[in-house]
Design a protein. Structure first.
Length: 124
């Protein structure tokens, strides 16, 4: 039985294939994959989403938002920081985290927006 989602004949569009292969060769797909891997864990994506909704949050706030210990929140925030997705600043005894830049905020908000679109499409 033939699958409907597979080409039934081989037809390579060489101009497109070569142009895209060049673009991929000039980038670092592994670094991009690491960003998505960092965001693929439930707690980290919740933290990133929370940070996309507020300019900054202290570690204690984050731990309460995602219902985990301060140590666990700190661990996840540190990983996001090490991946270049978040940054922090100290104010006395408090540590505040924020997303690294607007690109990160856009990635996260677009993902959640896409999720919401899918919910509406599936119900119609």
């Amino acid at each position: 039985m033939a699958k409907e989602d597979v080409c039934k004949v081989t037809c390579v569009h060489e101009d497109k294939v070569n142009r895209i292969k060049e673009n991929i060769a000039e980038t670092d797909p592994m670094s991009v994959a690491k960003i998505f891997k960092a965001l693929s864990e439930d707690t980290r994506i919740k933290i990133a989403y929370a940070l996309s909704l507020e300019d900054e949050l202290c570690v204690c706030d984050v731990s309460n938002i995602v219902d985990c210990t301060v140590a666990t929140a700190s661990h996840h925030l540190r990983l996001l920081r090490n991946m270049g997705l978040a940054k922090y600043r100290k104010e006395g005894k408090l540590v505040y985290y924020s997303l690294d830049d607007d690109h990160v905020r856009q990635i996260i908000q677009m993902a959640f927006s896409h999720l919401e679109e899918g919910k509406h499409i599936g119900t119609s």
